[in-house]
Design a binder for this molecule. Sequence first.
Ligand code: PMP
Length: 380
Amino acid sequence: MLMNRTRSKPTRFNFGSGPSQLPEIVHEQIQAAIDEFDGSGLSILEISHRDERVLALIGSVERSLRDLLSISDDYAVLLCNFSASLQFAALPMNLISESEAIVVEVSGYWSDRAAREFERTHSVWRFQGSLDAGPSRQDSHTARERMMGSRVPGFVFHCDNETIEGIEWPFVPENRYHGIPCARVTDMSSNLLTRPFVVEDYDAIFASCQKSLGLPGMSLLIIRRDCLNDASRYCPTVMNYSEIARAGSVLNTLPVLSLYTMKVMLEWVAGEGGVAEMERRARARSRLMYSFIDQSALYKNEVPAGCRSRINIPFDLPSAPLTEKFLAGAEHRGLMQLRGHRSRGGVRASLYNAMSMAGVEALLGWMSEFEQAQAIERTE
Ligand code: PMP
C-alpha cells in the first residue's frame, strides 16, 4: 500500500538544543532520498559512501560551506566521522606537542567539558571572567606566574556559544598571552551559520552537526592548512586531521544520510539569503524573547545583556512544580523539547536557523497565557 507522505503544515515547534528542528523542505527531500537517491536506484540508507554520487555530495557540502562562510583555500574543510565531544580529545593530539599547554576561556558547561578532556593529556590554564573584562582584559598575577613556568601556550580555546547557559561571546578572545602568541580554536557547535564571522581570526573552528547542519554523530572542522601537522603517535587514524584531509574526508564508512542532510540544510540556508539573513532572523527572534522575559514578573534570565545568546535562551520560573506545569502545558500545545539541560534545570528555548517567527510567537503566546493564569490563581 502506498503511504501518503504529504506532511500537513507543522503544528509542532521543536525547541530542542540538538537534535533540533529541521526546515520542512529538508524533511521532504530526505523522505524522497530514502525512496531513491539521485537516480541511483538505491535508497540513501543503503548507498555506499564511495559511490560517485556520494563523493559529489561531499564536494557539494564543502563548496556550499566555503561560499556561505567565505572560507579561503588556506583552510581545509573536514567532515569528521565523530562528534564534537571527540573533537575535544582530537584537537590537542593534532595541533600541539605534549609539552605545550592549552589556555581555556571557561564560560560555561561546554568549555569546562573541553577543559576536562584536554586535562587528560595536557596542562590546562583556565581563565574565568574574560567575558566580563572584554577583549583587552589583563590576566591575573597568578595566571601570569603559571604561564611563565616551563610550558608555552599551544592554543587558546573558547566555546563561542554556551548552549546550556545561553552565553554567546560578543568578541573574539585574545590569542596571545603575555606576549606569547598561540593558535586560536573555537567550538561553534551551536552558533555556526547563525552570523557571519572572519574565518581568518581562527586556526581551527569546529561544530557538531545536529544543530544548524542536520543530524548528530558527525562534526565539521575548518582548519588552517598549515596546522595540519603530524599528529601525536597516540592519535587514532580516524581522528588524525592530516589523514582525514588526505582522504578527502572519506577515511572510513561515512553516514551518508547525515551528509545528504547537511547538503540540503546548506542549500536551504543559501536559498533563504545566506548567513547574513540567518543573523537578521536570529536577532529578531531573540530580541522578541528577551524583551518578553525582561518585562515579565514570572520568567527570569540572569545572563548579562552583553553576552546573551541569540540562539539558546534559558529561563527560570519560581519553582520546580511551576516549571513542570509550564512544560506539560507547552508540550500539550505542540511546543516541544523545552526542558532545560539536566545540569541546570529550568526551561530552554533553542532557536536555530530553522525556527520560524511563528514558532517564537506560539511560545510567547503560551508564556503569556501561563503567566496570566498564575496571576489570577494568586488573586483568587
Ligand atoms: N559543544 C557544544 C557547544 C555543544 O552544544 C555540544 C552538544 N550539545 C557539544 C559540544 C557536544 O556535541 P556532541 O554531543 O555531538 O558530542
